[in-house]
Design a protein around this ligand. Sequence first.
Ligand SMILES: [Zn+2]
Length: 196
Amino acid sequence: MKAHIAYLRYVLRHKWFVFLACRRLGVPLWRSIIHDWTKFTPAEWSPYVHQFYNPDGSKRQVNRADGGLHTRNLDVAFNQAWLHHQKHNPHHWQYWLLVNDEDGTVPLEVPFNYVLEMIADWDGAGRAITGKSDPAGWYEKTGHKMILHPETRELVEAILEFHYDWKPGTVRMTAGEKLSAGNPVYIGEDGKARKA
Ligand SMILES: [Zn+2]
């Protein structure tokens, strides 16, 4: 029970800070309110509780230094819950990945409002966990691993520049990283797959 209460407090704190960031960035009100609603569904609730909290309500150590999740600590139930979350929440870039027989993983363009909500999510998550709003820092650390449509990446960077004083060019991808981070193929304006 203590673990559930600790997690509930965390989710509400996260939602509050994301809500504030959403309002600042101009995310539609309804999206700002329902952000991450699937975390309250049975498919996600308990696996998240057990992944992040001990039965006494204390936090489990599952995070890497850079804030990314340590895959070897993730149990199957959590992986399923995280997959459920990605597939039901368009503010996650993973939602927009099309796995195609022919072309492999193809990032589709993310609509503007969901790009805003994604950045509000990075902002609010940082404030809820570390007390500091730093979506640009998050993007610098993890942006090279995100598989984004080129237009979406441009948009993300423009928003970070405009709202968070992000300095362009700080996310450097080596050729190898670029490949593993995907982006090799995307859908062009004509609807056809293309090499980035
Ligand atoms: Zn989410």
